[in-house]
Design a protein around this ligand. Structure first.
Ligand code: CP
Length: 312
């Protein structure tokens, strides 16, 4: 059992200092890729489809001089063809680090309990910490490294992306606002964690059911799909429940002048965000996608113990 091995399963696994360290490391690697992981291998064990996470991990490892093995959803049968603990222990004999994309958070936690190598959460139903790091790297590029007091409004589902984002942004002292319909608010454990971090960092967390309240004067507007992977049967009900939570010209007009638009992708254009807003001048959506490479390169280097060798 890999109890002393460091994993990244949740945004809350990272201290405030480690978040700063990773964001600085990611920026340094973006300025100058460094071959810190020659001969090292990352396995991508994915039970759900992916464009950004898969490709950006593969490109990140190539920049670091390492290699990847991709295991597609139909290949391994985590917990079905084979027990989670057996898959975990076998893969640890072959590779140096593994990124797992799966369903419940408890699956990646069980996987990590038996892993003698670092495990990275590459998305679960509850968390998407790599996305949050890439998002904050992007925000720093646009607004500067000191994000204390800068305002970010997330409009939509209190889902995995929102959960990891609010914990990370609150750690950096940001003014975090979250607008969701009743019944779709952030989970209690996330609210507790983000509130504690906001208190420590001098930031704030505001929860509301009114998108206008969250967006008013905000410098950054973030949204995500109303129906995440695995919730497809709820899509029709969610379209009804999320009416009024679309990032459109009218809602954006309430934000700070020049507000920046964020989305983790894939987007359902015409649902949570209009074509017009996605394509608008303030959109930094594709910068977020690009920065997945550098945030994840920093995470892998950190978990494999070579991040202190990054030249800044
Ligand atoms: N944002 C994100 O995780 O995209 P993929 O699902 O394509 O990996």
């Amino acid at each position: 059992m890999g109890q002393t091995v460091r994993h990244l399963l949740s945004a809350a696994d990272l201290s405030r200092e480690e978040i700063f360290f990773l964001l600085d490391a990611a920026a340094a690697l973006k300025r100058r890729p460094q071959r810190l992981l020659e001969g090292r291998e990352l396995a991508l064990l994915f039970e759900k489809p992916s464009l950004r996470t898969r490709v950006s991990f593969q490109v990140a490892m190539r920049h670091l001089g390492g290699e990847t093995i991709y295991l597609a959803p139909q290949e391994v049968g985590l917990g079905e063809r084979e027990a989670i603990k057996d898959v975990s222990r076998v893969l640890a004999r072959y590779v140096d680090v593994v990124a797992v994309r799966t369903y419940g958070q408890e699956i990646v936690e069980e996987y990590a309990r038996y892993s003698s190598i670092p495990v990275i959460n590459a998305l679960t139903n509850e968390e998407h910490p790599c996305q949050a790091l890439a998002d904050l790297l992007t925000v720093r590029e646009k607004l500067g490294n000191d994000l204390r007091g800068r305002s970010i409004a997330f409009v939509g589902d209190g889902n995995n992306v929102a959960s990891s984002l609010v914990v990370t942004a609150a750690s950096l002292g940001m003014d975090v606002r979250m607008a969701s319909p009743r019944g779709y608010m952030l989970p209690e454990n996330i609210i507790t964690e983000a509130s504690a971090r906001a208190e420590e960092s001098g930031g704030s967390l505001t929860l509301t059911n009114e998108p206008e309240e969250a967006v008013r004067g905000a410098e950054l507007l973030y949204t995500d799909v109303w129906t995440s992977m695995g919730q497809e049967r709820e899509a029709e009900q969610r379209r009804i429940d999320f009416a009024g939570f679309q990032l459109n010209r009218q809602l954006v007009s309430l934000a700070a002048p020049g507000a920046l638009i964020m989305h983790d992708l894939p987007a359902h254009r015409g649902e949570e965000i209009t074509d017009e807003v996605m394509e608008s001048e303030g959109s930094i959506i594709f910068d977020q996608a690009e920065n997945r490479i550098w945030a994840q390169a920093a995470v892998v280097a950190f978990l494999l113990g070579v991040a202190d060798r990054i030249e800044h």
